[in-house]
Write a new protein. Sequence first.
Length: 243
Amino acid sequence: MRRKLAAGNWKMNGTRPALAELSKLQTPENIDVLICPPATLVAQAAETQTVAIGGQDCHAAQSGAHTGDISADMLADAGASYVITGHSERRTDHGESDSTIAAKSTAAWDSGLVAVICIGETLAERESGKTLEVIATQLAGSVPDGATGENTVIAYEPVWAIGTGLVPELVQIAEVHDFIRSELTARFGADIAGAIRLLYGGSVKPSNASEIFATSNVDGALVGGASLKADDFNGIIEALAKV
Ligand SMILES: O=C(CO)COP(=O)(O)O
């Protein structure tokens, strides 16, 4: 059985007072809870030891002349156990390609971190019927050989659902999640593919979490806005713990 995962991505939000939210989060025994705060807060967040802590990005190299970047080793040293790679905001704002994301994910593994590898289509791609094609290409290019249920989580985040309040129909979420599982099975075999957790992300909130979590092959969520306040994220955590 795949252990469910409620993951929060704070994006570029939060200074030290925001850490008070962490100790208010529920931590049901039957699920994992992860918060990925800004890099400036990772070390202090990890010290609170209430939930798992992750980075939002890492460099493909572990050290060197890369001003402003942070390595997976540094995140691990700061107490992180996960790192998000390939978020659509990184793909768009920083021009990250699938091969860059694969290299970052390998760096994450080398540092003992779980890579939360993000994929998802734009609205134009969905409207032109290319969703599954885009997902297949991003999966093949962003997920390195060597993925396992222990080192990898895949997050399906349709770009048009992020921060917009728009959520795909449940059948559309199921279609993509089933497709991801079958693509992983074809590449890694049923045992490994069956152990990799698949998160849905994009406008998840307490009011829609239960129905999303009841959807085929959804093992949890990657939550942006609704992870910033413990009251909201607790609603999502509770919904996931009940599945
Ligand atoms: O991008 C997301 C999480 O990584 C989703 O953001 P929202 O939950 O704010 O739509």
